[in-house]
Design a protein around this ligand. Sequence first.
Ligand SMILES: Nc1ncnc2c1ncn2[C@@H]1O[C@H](COP(=O)(O)OP(=O)(O)O)[C@@H](O)[C@H]1O
Ligand SMILES: [Mg+2]
Length: 247
Amino acid sequence: MLPTVTAVRYVTPLREGGSLPGLVEADDLGTYVVKFRGAGQGPKALVAEVIVGELARRLGLPMPTLAVAAFAAELGRGEPDPEVQALLLASAGDNLGMDFLPGSFGFDPRAHRVDKELAARVLWLDAFVENVDRTWRNPNLLMWHNALWLIDHGASLYFHHNWPRADKAVLRPFKAEDHALSDYAAGLPAAAAELTPRITPALLDEVISLVPDGWLGDPAFATVEENRAAYRDHLLARAASPEAWLP
Ligand SMILES: Nc1ncnc2c1ncn2[C@@H]1O[C@H](COP(=O)(O)OP(=O)(O)O)[C@@H](O)[C@H]1O
Ligand SMILES: [Mg+2]
């Protein structure tokens, strides 16, 4: 399991992205960006955040700490915006917390230089997990203490929105033209040679096991364990054929 924290104060909504995450203070004195289960993207966005974020971390990519954030509906009482109120009410219980990086700001591909190897590894990750949400318009990368940090993997693993057809997506190519780090694609073969062999059944099982049961349970599966195994088998099969999907 991920560490669990309990929200003690809802501070403010963050409106840059589409899913209305909230800034929350928790009982460990930490401040978290919370992605809510009741958002329009649904719990699968949280599943993708956990699987991809924790995979990224284990592959050495810079990821803020993730936690399960328990949220009581009454914490949203003071929130004046009815849309946010409805979201908080629909999200009572377990949500996804990400350690808030204070003073961070959005990466700008035209202004910031990134280490070439790191950039290629991020591009490799996004191609592997089909993360279409790291474009130059919306990089979902932060600069913090002069270094690059990865956020927002909720749109990855697109195949999980249609399990009966997920097999057809195993070898789906990744289009890198709009990717925030596409200028660094020259490093992809080296990044792939380093990272693809690290995608093992054990690593995948480890990160998939971190997803709370309550966020799984797609009707295509009889049990949550079958659902977890389907993620592993899909990603393992994709890792076996990088030539099919690497840009
Ligand atoms: N860990 C973090 N630390 C600081 N700011 C963050 C963090 N995570 C997200 N943000 C800010 O909140 C915005 C929305 O978060 P994001 O995860 O991209 O959600 P969305 O799904 O709405 O796009 C980001 O663009 C960024 O400005
Ligand atoms: Mg975003």
